[in-house]
Design a protein around this ligand. Structure first.
Ligand code: NAD
Ligand code: DAU
Length: 347
């Protein structure tokens, strides 16, 4: 198999590439097309970069010429490339529309022209919106409620349309919140682990009772690898960790794991339109033969250990990256100034 992976220098993409190189060995060769946005880090793949069956191309999925060159000779595509942070999308960043919708279109057009054997579009559980009780199946209506989620829903349905209209063998995955090594320290778990290491406040939005399902990133990588062979074209698959928890519970577990006091928790003004609960029914994937295996306790211990051991990876971002520091200031300075030790009203 010759595989084009986009966004392979990000969090999930890099874990996926490492997983596939290990699971498929010499049976696969990978081209990694990545624009290297703020969220990317080529060091994520330093351990595999020298392999003869791995090649990195720096480029934008919105550029048809770059995409044509990168897809040359490939028989399968997995599209991880995206703008991914909800809070940044709420600052009015147009790159979400460009990459998460237009970029998907450019990739699909090239895949159609070439007649690739598989096209996996990595979507997200956020496209369903919030659910108070029960769980979303793949048949549930889409109701994205923030600009990131809406852009991803656009890419998700565009991919489906290329199956329905042209027969491009598209498979769509919708995973829940990933956690694990190499996650950029602006998302909940890596932000809170690295802040807690430095005894900095942990800014919990609203009342801290929003619920997410946590999927260990290597389980996600294994699921996508599985679907490359077993997934049925035109079908969508939820991928869940089976580990639902309120953010406050996750935060307390992180602090306990690090031996840090709960007094570091600061309740701050909520994220606008903050989805209350995500929950996926992953029965369809289980019936095909795959279930995520990592219990949250085990995954979290490994994740916390990784961040403790890899300060060389995250300190340069948090301490010297001007763009990170500017985002942190915009996002948290005012919120922390008006924060409290008790829960705020949810937004
Ligand atoms: P990430 O932000 O860590 O990495 C995204 C990668 O895409 C980066 O390497 C970046 O440089 C690259 N990229 C961005 N725009 C690009 C462009 N125009 N051209 C080429 N490369 C570009 O993201 P992640 O958390 O690893 O998420 C990967 C995918 O999984 C995304 O599609 C995301 O929507 C989806 N997803 C993420 C989660 C999660 O919890 N992180 C859950 C479900 C689905
Ligand atoms: O559900 C899948 C999605 O998970 C992916 O599609 C997105 O790409 C990924 O970023 C993630 O989105 P979330 O918004 O759920 O992740 P985030 O880590 O930003 O937030 C997780 C929860 O924690 C959410 O309820 C908001 C809350 N939170 C987050 C941050 C960064 C806080 O309370 N404080 C914070 O500082």
């Amino acid at each position: 198999m010759r595989l084009l992976v986009t966004g392979g220098c990000g969090f999930i993409g890099s874990n996926f590439i490492r997983h596939v190189l290990e699971s498929r060995g010499a049976g696969v060769s990978i081209v990694n097309l990545d624009k290297l946005t703020y969220a990317a880090n080529p060091a994520n793949l330093a351990d595999v970069a020298g392999r003869p069956n791995y090649r990195f191309v720096r480029g934008d999925i919105v550029d048809p010429d770059v995409v044509a060159m990168a897809m040359e000779g490939c028989d399968a595509v997995v599209n991880f490339a995206a703008e991914t942070h909800v809070d940044r999308s709420l600052l009015g960043d147009a790159s979400f529309i460009e990459t998460d919708v237009r970029g998907v279109f450019v990739l699909l057009e090239e895949a159609r022209r070439r007649g690739v054997r598989r096209f996996v579009q990595i979507s997200t559980d956020e496209v369903y919106g919030s659910i108070a009780r029960g769980s979303f199946t793949e048949e549930s209506p889409l109701n994205p409620r923030n600009p990131y989620a809406a852009s991803k829903a656009g890419g998700d349905r565009l991919a489906y349309s290329y199956w329905a209209s042209y027969g491009v063998p598209v498979i769509i995955t919708r995973a829940s919140n990933n956690y694990g090594p190499y996650q950029y320290p602006e998302k909940l778990i890596p932000l809170f682990v690295t802040n807690a290491v430095d005894d900095l406040p942990l800014p919990l939005y609203g009342d801290g009772k929003n619920v997410r399902d946590w999927l260990f990133v290597r389980d996600h990588a294994a699921a996508v690898d599985f679907l490359l062979d077993a997934g049925v074209p035109g079908e969508t698959y939820n991928i869940a960790g089976g580990n639902e928890a309120e953010n406050i519970a996750i935060t307390k577990r992180v602090l306990a794991e690090l031996g840090k006091p709960e007094g570091l928790i600061r309740f701050v003004d909520d994220r606008p339109g903050h989805d209350r609960r995500y929950s996926l029914d992953a029965g369809k994937l289980a019936r095909l033969g795959f279930t995520a295996a990592t219990p949250f306790e085990r995954g979290l211990v490994e994740t916390v250990r990784w961040y403790r051991e890899r300060e060389d990876w995250w300190r340069p971002i948090k301490e010297r990256d001007a763009a990170y520091r500017e985002f942190y200031r915009t996002q948290y300075e005012q919120r922390l100034a008006t924060s409290s030790a008790t829960a705020k009203k949810p937004g």
